[in-house]
Design a protein around this ligand. Structure first.
Ligand code: SF4
Ligand code: SF4
Length: 153
């Protein structure tokens, strides 16, 4: 039996990957059903992490996209064709160990599990590889120990 037939019978689907994007909407595009079109046309799940969009104004949305990697590439191209500007690499999150007191508050707002409070050690753990750079943790820290470090152009 050929490999492709085995994959077909087993219902194989390429592994889903996640990508975090900041979408900047021009005023003309704010009414578009973006998440619906991503789901129907590209089989991509879009989880909205943050949105600042007012009617008839330009806006910004931070989304986590999950789907086949080729479909993600095609979807990004489609989004740009709709007039949206995409920011793929805004920077990275850093925790200042001099300021952090391991209170664990930030871990409660982290949607990806990148920030986790380890109960046995009573320490905050940060898995940078899981971070979506959604910035939700930034305002949660009472000691301003979390920073977004922007990449150099
Ligand atoms: S930016 Fe903060 S809240 Fe968002 S995924 Fe990264 S660690 Fe979690
Ligand atoms: S909220 Fe701030 S001080 Fe508390 S664990 Fe997170 S980074 Fe550390």
């Amino acid at each position: 039996m050929t490999a492709w037939l085995v994959l077909l019978i087993s219902g194989y689907r390429p592994e889903s990957v996640k990508r975090r994007l900041t979408l900047h909407f021009p005023r003309e595009a704010v009414h578009q059903p973006i998440t619906y079109r991503l789901a129907v046309d590209f089989d991509i799940a879009a989880k909205i992490l943050r949105a600042q969009i007012a009617p008839n104004q330009s806006g910004t949305m931070v989304v986590e996209l999950s789907g086949d990697i080729d479909e993600l590439d095609a979807a990004e191209l489609w989004l740009e064709q709709q007039g949206l500007a995409l920011n793929r690499a805004p920077g990275e999150i850093r925790i200042d160990p001099e300021r952090c007191v391991d209170c664990g508050i930030c871990s409660s707002v982290c949607p990806s599990g990148a920030l986790r409070f380890d109960r046995p050690s009573q320490r905050l753990q940060f898995a940078a590889a899981r971070c979506l750079v959604c910035e939700q943790c930034l305002p949660s820290c009472p000691l301003e120990a979390i920073a977004l470090v922007l990449e150099q152009p």
